[in-house]
Design a binder for this molecule. Sequence first.
Ligand code: IMP
Ligand code: MG
Length: 215
Amino acid sequence: MATYHQIPDDEKGYELDLFCVPKHYEEDLDRVIIPHGLIMDRTERLARDIVRDMGGHHIVALCVLKGGYKFFSDLLDYIKALNQNCDKSVPLTVDFIRLKSYCNDQSTNSVKVIGGDELSTLTGKNVLIVEDIVETGRTMETLLSLLSECNPKMVKVVSLLVKRTPRGSGYRPDYMGFEVPDWFLVGYALDYNEYFRDLGHICILNEKAKVKYKV
Ligand code: IMP
Ligand code: MG
């Protein structure tokens, strides 16, 4: 069972004024829920756990775009630091896949692959899927079933966040950073209609912003 930090439903987070947020988003955000520094500290530990379990194998890290790119980049930096400083090291290569399932703050029922490398290059490889957030689990279940057709040697999934939601399928990743309440979160590459990826902390949007950036 993966260990993780649980953010409770009554979590108040932090006032925006305590941290630096881009001026262009100041009016759009309610609270900071996970400050950037905490994301980094938790990611450092996930890197250690992954190297402990997968060390010795060549890992292909598969980034689920676009939301996963910040976590992917920081996680791989920490894995690289371990590789440079430990007796045991893991060769690392990278791959990318682009999936889309969201419109406004609602998950749609279809998960579409809209770009990336051919999954067939992953045949026989040890694959680490790197995702930003698991909500219903549909995206990850779809990707895992597509991937299984290509017969990788091993597949592990790391997700920075997992949402506690009644809409969940029960799917849990092998590694997870935080379990979060059933809130729509933005920042650290998580977006609302492509906005807020350029925000360092993970935050809650206010209702006005949901209307302002609606498509
Ligand atoms: P699932 O298929 O319902 O598990 O949803 C997973 C995908 O939906 C994630 O990869 C995200 O891209 C997106 N998503 C789910 N919840 C949020 C959120 O709170 N903020 C931003 N994107 C989200
Ligand atoms: Mg995602």
